[in-house]
Design a protein around this ligand. Sequence first.
Ligand code: DUC
Ligand code: ZN
Ligand code: ZN
Length: 472
Amino acid sequence: MSTLIHNGTLVTASETFDADVLIDDSGQISAIGRDLSAPNAERVDACGGLILPGGVDPHTHFELPMFGTVSSDDHYTGHKAAAFGGTTTAIDFINQDYDSLKDCVDAWHKKAGDKAAIDYSFHMNIVNFNEQVAKEIPLLKEEGITTLKIFTAYNGVLRIDDSSIFKILRIAGEHNMLTLLHAENGDVIETLVEEALAEGHTSAEWHALTRPSWGAGDAILRVAGMAHAADASLYIVHMNTAIGADMLKYARERGAKVMGETCPPYLFFTIDHMRQTDGAKWICSPPMRSEADNLRLWQAVERGEMQTIATDHCPFFFDGTQPIDYEGEQIAIPGKELGVGDFTKIPNGLPGVGDRLPVMWTEGVVKGRITPNQFVAMTSTNPAKIFGMYPRKGALLPGSDADIVIWNPERKVKYGVEMAHHRTDYNLFEGWELKGYPEKVFLRGKLIVDGDKWLGERGGGEFIKRKEGEVL
Ligand code: DUC
Ligand code: ZN
Ligand code: ZN
């Protein structure tokens, strides 16, 4: 059965125009135009709202083991929350838990396959580098994985040395793969954490105080320099600092193929939130900074110095001893309470996959900081292009998957944990008045969210084999 969406205004990364969208029975867009005639199609009235390509979140961590617990959204619950917030594709990170990268990929498929409720893909973390891994990296492309992630922090766990980073960048450059960078200074962090604990500093804000913001700046510049020398492209994840934004701009102006991503919390919150009694709610890495950092990051978003807005969604309960109701079941998953009395034991990560579009629309578009087209570019089209899924994803074009959000720009909501659908017990935007919200969400032509109703299903998401991406 084909579907005709009418009475709406299309918003793409570059244009805004009134048109109908015809979706064929294979779930692809077959035509876009005014007053399309499709007598046999089911008609969906957009009620004068906006028609956007589904959001693409290139940075999530579902069911990620950490500090003796696990992030509390899995590939079903996290996908459901994403869909309610207008996101129809998410890219998760594979842990390098086995010697062979193929085994790591298979393990992540096993975790996600039966649960996925939106379309999805994976990046490969490289936390151990050797000859065998070097040989296997290009083979990931056959699996539809064209991106790697490396870390300059988490000494002894995730971090690799600069020589390995340079070699990985060279392999990636040679094979047109993109390397993602978690940029902090692991040695400085290790020293400061040791000292802080020895001096009895245990509260949440010490998580930020032991991770100085210049560490992001130095790591970005250093690795951008290596990427330039390796003729490779680089993408800085979860940018949280003014100095990082400055270094990104510096590197791009000098021809390095470097791109940047930020996440909504870094635009609004500061270390002062971590000083509150519930400060653990804001603990993630890299951490919240200052108002000056918030402002510089907004400036980078507004000016297009930053290419994407993702979430780094990695939720934990604030109090994992108290169950919440989730789809009629009582669920409690150990969370931030594990670090009461020791900030180094608080699981790192925040909820956000469902917050991204509604929060960025209100704070970005309604407040006049970005245009609706910039909003679509940063939350959907650019991630699809950078990560090799365009124009299948991130586009409203004939032949694109009909991942479509009917967006009601007039709908006002009081946002918070109840609306967000994340499987956790808190939301960072609790009580925020938002204007603009998804009304209906389609995944490959199938209606999966209708107002407050969930129509999606476990296993309804498809793995997207990605191609080489673009450098924006
Ligand atoms: N940072 C977090 O806070 N959580 C998961 C991974 C990461 O980089
Ligand atoms: Zn990271
Ligand atoms: Zn992350």
